[in-house]
Design a protein around this ligand. Sequence first.
Ligand code: PXG
Length: 445
Amino acid sequence: MSSAARAFEPSPNNLEAFWMPFTANRQFKGKPRLFVAAKDMHYTTIEGRQVLDATAGLWCVNAGHGRKKIVEAVQQQIAKLDYAPAFQMGHPLAFELASKIVQLLPGDFDHVFFTNSGSESVDTALKIAIAYHRSRGQGARQRLIGRERGYHGVGFGGISVGGIVSNRKFFGSMLSGVDHLPHTHILAKNAFTRGEPNHGAELADELERIVTLHDASTIAAVIVEPVAGSTGVLVPPKGYLKRLREICDKHGILLIFDEVITGFGRLGASFATEYFGVKPDMITCAKGLTNGSIPMGAVICRKGIYDAFMDAPDNTIELFHGYTYSGHPVASAAGIATLEIYKEEGLFERARDLSGYWQDAVHSLKGLPNVIDLRNLGLVGAIELEPRPGKPTARAFEAFLNCYEKGVLIRTTGDIIALSPPLIVEKGHIDQIFGTIAEVLKTLP
Ligand code: PXG
């Protein structure tokens, strides 16, 4: 055995072998933060401390942790049918889950393609968009349009249409034929807005400029997050999404809403499409679909997308795309149980009812040191901090560490604190979250 191999002998105390995702590995391994259990609104750390979850894990545990119904559904399913081939074979639960998903949406969303993550959902939707146009005799429509500061996961398709510099610059030339709309974060005009900001709907008109440049006949799809999450909670200006929809319609361009974060009640509606009253042609989702319990994502297609592929003879495979684990039985069981919990407990309505209290709590931080903006929608909130000169991200990361020490889990991206608690959050938890953050910000250099 080489000495390098010996250094990684299996042991819970050896943190080296695991290359952690989106993490400062050496910093973390020097002072690890490990969770060993979770129930409802709280994590338990390896030291036995309780930490209030103000982020629903990574925006995914919308029904709270350790839900018995999901645990039992998963246990039963894995014992009954652990796996069934996903191609040319099936099992009942994937069909049941697909039907349940489309029932959450207006009637013209009628088909669901299963994936295992948000990234796969995005790449799937982009591929469907290009193939859709080809199947209708418009094979020249291949260009894709994303947006600055957009996050669409980490596949090559997702980072190509995405607009986060660090996620792109290390990875070469990516997909060709991609343009980006400008982001909508206009701090100078919209700072401290409650809910949807007033300024910036006209930024959607940039799409017209891109269409003029390339001609509509070359453009397949536009993809945006209705509310950009990962990049720091950018709420769309009033009227912006509607305008994007109108321009896409005018030019025969498909509109994709990436609802990996906004789906499943986060805004106090089933999906952002319901919240904003704007219908895309496809919705990508993941995370809250299984309450984060078992990996699963989906692309939900509006009427006509699926049909466009069904012209070929019955025995031909209509779409040459799919994953070994598309519609996995155990994930499907988790998804069905999750959607039942959302419905039985009225969690989307609960999120809507609490959003006013949440909004007041977010904006109660106005005036604290270094707070340059506060934003909110549904049960999402963001606190933007003035970066320390020459040390971007340091102030927010320190706030994260201090809140963690004080028993509250928050998320930071750049110098922005992003909050998205499970939808079972109580007013007392909201008070604790913002009380702790206020305490930390008051003393943070
Ligand atoms: N689209 C959107 C809009 C997302 O937010 C993905 C795609 C990718 O999903 P997967 O399942 O492949 O990770 C995401 C994921 C954060 C954070 O802290 C956000 C995400 C993931 C991890 C952390 O903001 N979003």
